[in-house]
Write a protein that binds this ligand. Structure first.
Ligand code: FAD
Length: 413
């Protein structure tokens, strides 16, 4: 990379490649490029790289998933097609081998998800950065990318003032727009749009939703988990855990349905989610249990004794009218309807949907409108559920973009 403030004055030897964004996608691109012998400089707006990657470590660091590729690929929904080739090149097994090559063993949890053996992100990131530095990759933090100047150089705001950087090829890996305090704020959308790149609006993904709880329910149950429930929406059912919040509902099972729920709310104004509070029991078994005489028991005691339901589950039931007749009560416990009003704000989401569509890119993830500029990670227009698919998608696209940018930087021109 050459630093300059005017169009002249390039150093002899020419500029090297720039990676903007030091998240997992940008770092994987940097490593792929350095591996091809290209001089690489990584720029990031924050005082250190990989902040969201480290945060993922707080939740156990789910790196990838162990299911076979034919089940893995459809997790990318409408983008399964480009991901089929991306994952054939750098898929879940490659992710595990890569972690292993950094001295971090991985294991498959009972859910099939893959984690580092210590569930931590920091040792992995430390080893990765150490290896890249040994390969000659240079890091420039507190460099906020501002777009391009009139001469096509990259503009950065730094504590020492603005800098212009000439690069032989550029990988943009600026992330989505969730958790902006960690660096990814989506400000790049306007920077690319002004250069004629079509960008699909960023939307929250793997997010919670607002529900209008009664004051009593919110006061008593916000912060409490609903363990082993089954949630259904639009013909899909997901078993797992959900969490009641002050404003609504969140958690793994909700996230798994969140793309469909979000799109339905955008289309119809709200979405009705169905909750089965007793997914392991058939409705008939539940109805039979509930047909025992209640006597003088309160509803809570009766439900606890007959169906082992208590606390937040009974609270949820009480948010509506409770039928006395056993068959109807059983039906309701297996189909509590929750009206979701809106997704939680982007800043709270695990990831974001939208971004640069694959139609704007060639097969090496280079922007067709901006030759020499490649895009990777969450800033591309794809989404996937939690379960390791997000990091794997970021690493796979980072790898592809890095190889493309390396080829571009070294091609005779
Ligand atoms: C709480 C939480 C837990 C998660 N847990 C998991 C998990 O267990 N498994 C999983 O697969 N995924 C998980 N994810 C998702 C995963 O962390 C992200 O999908 C992934 O980090 C995205 O990688 P990225 O490289 O595309 O972007 P990011 O990691 O967001 O990195 C982008 C980088 O670009 C920099 N940047 C942005 N704009 C500029 C600019 N203008 N100039 C310079 N630099 C800029 C940012 O500072 C940042 O360092 C989790 C996310 C969250 C929020």
């Amino acid at each position: 990379v050459s630093l300059r403030s005017a169009p002249d004055g390039f150093p002899a030897g020419g500029p090297s490649a720039a990676i903007i964004g030091g998240g997992p996608a940008g770092l994987m691109a940097a490593e792929a490029m350095a591996g091809r012998g290209v001089a690489v400089e990584v720029f990031d707006a924050m005082p250190s790289v990989g902040r969201k990657f480290l945060l993922a470590g707080k939740g156990g660091m789910n790196l990838t998933h162990s299911e076979p590729l034919e089940r893995f690929i459809p997790r990318y929904g409408a983008r399964a097609e480009p991901f089929a080739t991306l994952l054939a090149e750098f898929g879940p097994d490659a992710v595990r081998r890569w972690a292993d090559s950094l001295g971090i063993a991985t294991f498959v949890g009972s859910s099939g998800r893959v984690f580092p053996s210590d569930f931590k992100a920091a040792p992995l990131l430390r080893a990765w950065l150490r290896r890249m530095k040994a390969m000659g990759v240079a890091f420039h933090v507190r460099h906020r990318w501002l777009g391009w100047d009139d001469y096509g150089a990259l503009r950065f705001a730094t504590p020492a003032g603005e800098r212009a950087v000439e690069a032989s090829s550029t990988v943009l890996a600026l992330g989505g727009a969730s958790w902006p305090q960690l660096g990814s704020d989506g400000a790049w959308v306007d920077l690319l749009a002004t250069r004629g790149v079509v960008v699909a609006a960023l939307r929250p993904a793997n997010c919670g939703f607002d529900v209008e709880w009664s004051e009593i329910f919110r006061g008593r149950f916000a912060g409490q988990p609903l363990k082993t429930v089954a949630l259904s929406f639009a013909g899909r059912t997901v078993r797992g855990e959900a969490m009641i919040t002050e404003t609504g509902i969140e958690g793994g099972a909700v996230y798994a349905l969140s793309a469909d729920l979000r799109d339905a709310i955008a289309r119809d104004g709200n979405a009705v989610l169905s909750l089965d509070l007793k997914p392991d029991w058939s409705e008939a078994r539940l109805a039979e249990a509930l047909s025992r005489p209640r006597g003088a028991k309160s509803l809570s005691t009766f439900l606890e004794k007959t169906a082992q339901l208590k606390g937040v589950a009974v609270g949820l039931l009480r948010e509506g009218e409770v039928p006395a007749e056993p068959a109807r009560l059983a039906g309701l416990l297996k189909d509590i309807k929750l009206t979701l009003l809106r997704p939680r704000p982007m800043a709270e989401a695990i990831s974001s949907a939208g971004g640069v569509p694959f139609e704007e890119l060639d097969g090496s993830l280079m922007l067709t409108r901006l030759p020499g500029v490649f895009v990777a990670g969450e800033m591309l227009d794809w989404e996937a559920p939690t379960g390791g698919y997000l990091l794997t998608g970021c690493l796979a696209t980072g790898h592809r973009a890095g190889l493309g940018a390396a080829a571009y930087a070294t091609a005779p021109r």
